[in-house]
Ligand binder design. Sequence first.
Ligand code: PEP
Ligand code: MN
Length: 338
Amino acid sequence: MIVAMLERATEEEIQNVVERMIEIGFNVHRTTGAVQTILAGVGTPGAFSHDDFSVLPGVSEVIRISSPYKLAGRSFRPEGTVVRFANGVSVGGQEVAVMAGPCSVESREQILESAKLVSAAGAKFLRGGAFKPRSSPYSFQGHGLDALKLLREAGDAHGLLIVSEVMEISQIEMMMPYVDLFQVGARNMQNFNLLRELGAVRKPVLLKRGIAATIEELLLSAEYLLAGGNYDVILCERGIRTFETYTRNTMDISAIPVVHKLSHLPIVGDPSHGTGRRDKVPAMARATVAAGGDGVLIEVHPNPDKALSDGAQSMFPGKFAELMNSLRIIAPAVGRTI
Ligand code: PEP
Ligand code: MN
């Protein structure tokens, strides 16, 4: 159940509603939007009547939520979520966020060079894997803590925020000082224990769509984070598995407007994993922005042919800078900036 308060509702009236919701067994999540306070009741309450709430002082509207995700649904925050970071950077607002960097952190030189290049082209986030989920146990698995330290060093040297993948609960604490945004990879989208733990941290999470996950499953995974009180969630469309084999995955651009309709959470597109081929990345990055995506996550490597992971889909720095120029033309056409 969602209780939307009147714009002029007093704190006392809000508290009264919160107490009544708790009394009947709801967990109450409160959000204060630009115009009104919204109270979402989740959990399994005892018997009650929605009408009893609609007549309480200060209440504007009581909405039954039939979708399985309550907090990730649009009605919890009709005006949309803006996830705010240091340096005035945000995701979900007017500006389209660009996150770029290599698939994996390989060496100090490689990540410092990557940071320099992507920041010069206009990216705000440096990406780079420290813990890598690889299909084969014999492939490069990432440099772990050393990589996290290098990421922070490179990010700080070039004014970039850091996004990196967390694969398991034990890594959360270790990563805390080094990352600004925890990435949950496609393979972990339904690692519910990990999601629960990340729901308890107060740092934003980038949740990637699972390889064969429906949009509803993606939103339900986001619900785990929100239910823990972490409302700073950014979704990511990174391609899903279909019968098509020409591309590594099939990038579902339509997920962007669908998510925007169903949810208040921002969504970014990852055309690198979405296509698996660097020559297809610019078109799908442009499509992401044109479709209203709140950002793009792009793999860029100073020397893609020597990359230890995902070389074929990593862009050459010059091509990435060119792509940025074209995104700067597209963004204003859909009411955004880059
Ligand atoms: C990555 O970002 O390098 C990655 C492994 O992504 P995904 O989880 O989408 O495969
Ligand atoms: Mn990768």
